[in-house]
Design a binder for this molecule. Structure first.
Ligand code: NAD
Ligand code: AHE
Ligand code: ZN
Length: 369
């Protein structure tokens, strides 16, 4: 079938809106009609060419909501008409990782997913007879996309897709990093570096966890108002201080914070986030994605003296099991999604979403078909 899609033909170039061909779903696969998709910084990261797993041409996008159109052989957990959120972290419930009870990092389709391919090693997308690659197992920048059955969370059809698409990545990642990775407790102090969709979701999660002090840090002060709305108690712009930001946070708190979260993808800030964690027990969670060749460093003494360095992917959330409940929570207003949606755009204007993000003017742009 034909599908309107925003294709990344080359790194560093705007997406092109073209009509691609989408082949039917094979065994264990599902054809979806995407109705809405958020644009996450990770899409921009891969488009920039910094992603070691970036392959081109590709249909990017991984924060979507849609409806099942057709199922391949053997698919039993969804049927045409079901409303779904595609998952870049699958949940097969059978692999070593799923069965461990320790992680959400399912391996069922991860190897082929990282190469831009479906689990059988081929692509369902083509343009003018040439293959076009998939992305993060989702490719939500195409009106029609094919994903693995294990990469689908079935959700309440009454949910607002313009908002719940954000549970496909940004909001779930931030909330989950607080609850599952850091396990923030009532009264704990928190520092959040980077106030985009991820950092603001961390703040919302910290507030839900009844954290005490929530320090929001960004070089763009335009982000502070929304951070306060979500529950930030202090807002700090590193550019207003001569000292390193970790020193500023330590002086504000005495010994540092119980938990810090890096939500930018900057390895220098990752170091600062670790070093502003409390001596003896503070922990720092890396959420941001850093480019090829980038490495983190600190004095080992920072760890010897009790700080812990952690990382979090999709907030440690098991998508098929947990997203349906998070959608219900959003419908009840227990999880706030509306404030994240600062812009809505038709697919034809998707490049504007990237420009707004780079200009620091949006939190989430949601693209509709
Ligand atoms: P975003 O671009 O919307 O927000 C980033 C924020 O960081 C901006 O407000 C920007 O002003 C701020 N910033 C930039 N440099 C800074 C600095 N030196 N000090 C303080 N603030 C600074 O991005 P986003 O969509 O919120 O994503 C954030 C990061 O999280 C990205 O690296 C993205 O790839 C990653 N991410 C990871 C996961 C995961 O599962 N681990 C999931 C989603 C996104
Ligand atoms: N491809 C990159 C890594 C990208 C990455 O870390 N992705 C995050 C999700 S970002 C969502 O916006 C993640 O969940 N990683 C775990 C996984 O299995 O991909 C690289 O460096 O190669
Ligand atoms: Zn994302």
């Amino acid at each position: 079938m034909k599908s309107r899609a925003a294709v990344a033909f080359e790194p560093g170039k705007p997406l092109q809106i073209v009509e691609i061909d989408v082949a039917p779903p094979r065994a264990g696969e599902v054809l979806l009609r995407i109705t809405h998709t958020g644009v996450c910084h990770t899409d921009a990261f891969t488009l920039s060419g910094d992603d070691p797993e970036g392959v081109f041409p590709a249909v990017l996008g991984h924060e979507g909501a849609g409806v099942v159109v057709q199922v391949g052989e053997g698919v039993t957990s969804v049927q045409p008409g079901d409303h779904v959120i595609p998952l870049y972290t699958a949940e097969c419930r059978q692999c070593l990782f799923c069965k461990s009870g320790k992680t959400n990092l399912c391996t069922a389709v991860r190897a082929t997913q990282g190469k831009g391919l479906m689990p059988d090693g081929s692509t369902r997308f083509s343009y003018q007879g040439q293959p076009v690659y998939h992305y993060m197992g989702c490719s939500t920048f195409s009106e029609y996309t094919v994903v693995a059955e294990v990469s689908l969370a079935k959700i309440n059809p009454a949910a607002n897709p313009e908002q719940v698409c954000l549970l496909g990545c940004g909001v779930t990642t931030g909330l989950g990093a607080v609850k599952n990775t850091a396990k923030v407790q009532p009264g704990d102090s928190v520092a959040v570096f980077g106030l985009g969709g991820i950092g603001l979701a961390v703040i919302q999660g910290a507030k839900l966890a009844k954290a005490g002090r929530i320090i929001a840090i960004d070089t763009n002060p335009a982000k502070f108002e929304l951070a306060r709305t979500f529950g930030a108690t202090d807002c700090v712009n590193p550019k207003d201080h001569a000292q390193p930001i970790q020193q500023v946070i330590i002086e504000m708190t005495g010994w540092g914070v119980d938990h810090s979260f890096e939500c930018i993808g900057n390895v220098q800030v990752m170091r600062a986030a670790l070093e502003c964690a409390h001596r003896g027990w503070g922990q720092s969670v890396i959420i941001g994605v850093a480019g090829a060749g980038q490495e983190i460093s600190t004095r080992p003494f920072q760890l010897v003296t009790g700080r812990r360095w952690l990382g979090s992917a999709f907030g440690g959330v098991k998508g098929r099991s947990e997203l349906p409940g998070m959608v219900e929570q959003a419908m009840k207003g227990e999880i706030k999604l509306a404030p994240f949606v600062t812009h809505t755009l038709p697919l034809e204007n998707i490049n504007e979403a990237f420009e707004l993000m780079h200009a620091g003017q949006s939190i989430r742009s949601v693209v509709h078909y």
